[in-house]
Design a protein around this ligand. Structure first.
Ligand SMILES: C[S@@+](CC[C@H](N)C(=O)[O-])C[C@H]1O[C@@H](n2cnc3c(N)ncnc32)[C@H](O)[C@@H]1O
Length: 341
């Protein structure tokens, strides 16, 4: 396999000396030697812990939300749950092992672009690499997908310029270029050096999902911000890299060996369509029954503590999982956005 550095360098030469940051990010994460193409990244032994990787409780709450959506649609005979950016299938496993009222109607479709991760999916997950194309009734969900979609990067330098990436010696370096398709919503004036992501791929993804969905809902879970906050706050607050549970180096360093991720800009998604609901993950989990699931867990543990089986241990761990998922300084402060149709 061609090394990622050579693939990016070749793309730079082919483009006449520089590629957009968006293209750089796409190659760094999704080229054959890219960060997500080579290894499973989410989980305790990976590079970061996401809500499904905390334990099965998150999936049990998602299962409650799935049943609620199914009932709201009048209990259709065929109900699809499309999870996009499914990673190794951890959320799918938890949802499918929960007590689902809609089980007989449910078809779980796990969409994951990385072959390495898709190989870990089971037949029950109906694994595929791209979004379905047939109109569907059901739910589309995505946990920490949109923050990983490549974005254009703009920098204020008296005027807004776009960040491109060139090669200087052995290093990748940033060069700024004036472009004539900068978004109109960028403010006329900003602090010198201010940066903002322009998340066209995320907006396009939402537009495709809205088109695909005949009736039901789209729910995304992610760390979010607004474009105006991104402009006024230090860019390192919203543009991050991760490697083995630590913050990584500058985003142009070591492509393929560190994640590159941005807060999702809620205002840019809302340009596609206003969300029907925006709330914190903690509020969403509470609204969908996390407290009852934790209470059931506690009761089951107490009834079986003298002779605990695997189920009892899982039920006991709901208490600590819930604390992590609802932590106002951590996952609990993630945002959940819903669009209904
Ligand atoms: C941060 S991981 C999150 C994985 C999982 N949802 C979780 O919460 O643990 C993002 C995942 O989205 C996948 N991905 C990125 N772009 C995608 C796309 N357009 N379609 C499907 N999967 C995609 C990546 O390969 C990666 O596995």
């Amino acid at each position: 396999m061609q090394s990622l550095d050579s693939e990016i360098s070749a793309a730079i030469v082919a483009a006449g000396g520089a590629i957009s940051f968006e293209k750089f990010m796409e190659l760094a994460l999704y080229a054959p030697a890219g960060f997500y193409s080579t290894e499973v990244r989410a989980g305790r032994r990976g590079d970061f812990i996401t809500s499904p990787e905390v334990g099965p409780l998150f999936g049990a709450v998602v299962a409650n939300a799935v049943d609620a959506q199914w009932r709201q649609l009048g209990r259709p005979k065929k109900f699809e749950l499309v999870e996009v950016g499914a990673g190794p299938g951890t959320l799918a496993r938890s949802v499918l092992s929960a007590e689902l009222e809609c089980r007989d109607a449910l078809r779980y479709i796990a969409v994951e672009v990385s072959d390495v991760q898709r190989r870990l999916h089971t037949a029950e997950m109906h694994s595929q690499s791209t979004l379905p194309t047939e109109p569907m009734v059901g739910m589309i969900i995505a946990n920490e997908l949109l923050d990983n979609l490549p974005f254009r990067l703009f920098v204020f330098d008296g005027v807004w310029q776009e960040a491109f990436v060139a090669k200087q010696g052995e290093s990748f370096v940033e060069v700024l270029r004036r472009v004539n398709d900068a978004p109109e919503w960028l403010p006329q004036v900003a602090p010198h050096g201010a940066r903002v992501p322009v998340q066209n791929a995320a907006a396009k993804w939402l537009a495709s999902c809205l088109e695909l969905l005949q009736s039901g809902s789209i729910t995304i879970f992610d760390y979010c911000s607004t474009s105006s906050d991104a402009i006024t706050n230090p860019w390192r607050d919203w543009l991050r890299t991760y490697r083995q549970h630590e913050q990584g180096e500058h985003y142009l360093r070591h492509p393929g060996s560190q994640d590159i991720t941005s807060h999702v800009m809620i205002d840019q998604l809302q340009l596609v369509r206003q969300a029907d609901r925006v709330e914190t993950q903690a509020d969403w989990l509470i609204r969908n029954g996390i407290n009852q699931l934790v209470e059931d867990g506690r009761n089951y543990w107490q009834a079986n503590a003298a002779k605990p089986d695997v189920k009892a241990l899982k039920m006991r761990s709901r208490v600590s999982e819930s604390e992590a998922l609802c932590d106002p300084k951590g996952l609990g402060n993630f945002k959940v956005l819903e669009w209904h149709k």
